[in-house]
Write a protein that binds this ligand. Structure first.
Ligand code: FES
Length: 284
């Protein structure tokens, strides 16, 4: 069954906004599938036909993409996807125990949804929140340093309709449909809410500042563009390196036996022109 006329008109208008962002219409398929999920809560048969029609694709092509990515659901998703990281670090710090506890508490397994349609439980791979392991995601918002008890409380609060505040990011966990619309490319204005990088993620930076550590020198580009493997003139304070001699100037210097631009013998020229500036800065 196709979408009702009003729904279709609204989706068509959104689709045109999305398609206009790409040089080729078919490149808009991924955000269009998120748009479909924002309407139906999953990539429905109607949604597949809609995406195929507006992009000029076969429904088989749309389905091929939708079945490739785990973020696209082929059956109605819960209002909240609760993803437990069971990748190595989180798993050994409690992720496996959290998943087992939630599965038992909710009476569902991986990629299954509670009968009330509120929670879809998933095992998820690393979410780059390892410094807060074990982490649980609620519609891709972080809940850090979880335990079986805190995770059960999380799903109970979500099922009861209570607002849940993630550890970082937006001030509130949004619904699957709401977050799908954001992923389709329609910002909800919440990108700057809440805590950004938490203290564990910044600890290394703070230690480096306390100790006065700076980035190591990087190899300077060679005159033939392949890199010399020697440190460049990047200073300990992060000051940009002095410009390297141009290939033409270096070639000229090599043939004349003088360093580029100085008129002096070339022995050690690169050290003087690069590292010499660095040393002068340090001394200054
Ligand atoms: S292993 Fe769980 S966030 Fe990286």
């Amino acid at each position: 069954m196709a979408y009702p006329r009003e729904t279709r008109e609204r989706l068509d208008a959104d689709a045109q906004v999305i398609i206009a962002r790409y040089p080729l219409a078919r490149s808009a398929l991924l955000p269009l599938l998120h748009l479909v999920q924002s309407e139906d809560g999953y990539v429905s048969p109607d949604g597949v036909e809609f995406a195929a029609e507006v992009l000029g694709l076969a429904t088989a092509e749309v389905s091929a993409v939708a079945t490739f990515y785990s973020q696209f659901k082929r059956k109605p998703n819960g209002t909240y996807t609760v993803g437990v990281c069971t990748n190595t670090l989180c798993a050994i710090l409690g992720g496996d125990a959290i998943f087992a506890s939630l599965a038992d508490h909710l009476g569902i397994g991986h990629d299954e949804t509670t009968e009330d349609g509120m929670i879809t439980l998933e095992r998820v791979e690393c979410n780059a929140g390892c410094d807060y392991a074990p982490v649980v995601m609620a519609n891709w918002e972080f809940l850090d340093n979880q335990t079986p008890e805190s995770a059960r409380q999380l799903v109970d609060e979500l099922r009861s309709g209570k607002d849940v505040t993630p550890s970082r990011g937006a001030a509130k966990v949004c619904t699957f449909k709401e977050i799908s619309r954001v992923l389709a490319g329609f910002p909800d204005g919440r990108a700057d809410e809440g805590v950004g990088a938490g203290e564990p993620s910044l600890r290394g930076l703070h230690v480096a500042r306390e100790q006065g550590w700076t980035q190591p020198a990087v190899p300077a580009p060679s005159t033939n563009g392949t890199g010399t493997g020697k440190p460049s003139a990047t200073s300990a304070t992060g000051t940009p390196a002095a410009p390297a001699a141009t290939p033409a100037a270096t070639s000229e210097a090599a043939s004349s036996g003088k360093s580029a631009g100085t008129g002096k013998p070339s022995t050690g020229a690169s050290k003087r022109t690069a590292a010499g500036r660095t040393d002068a800065k340090r001394e200054g």
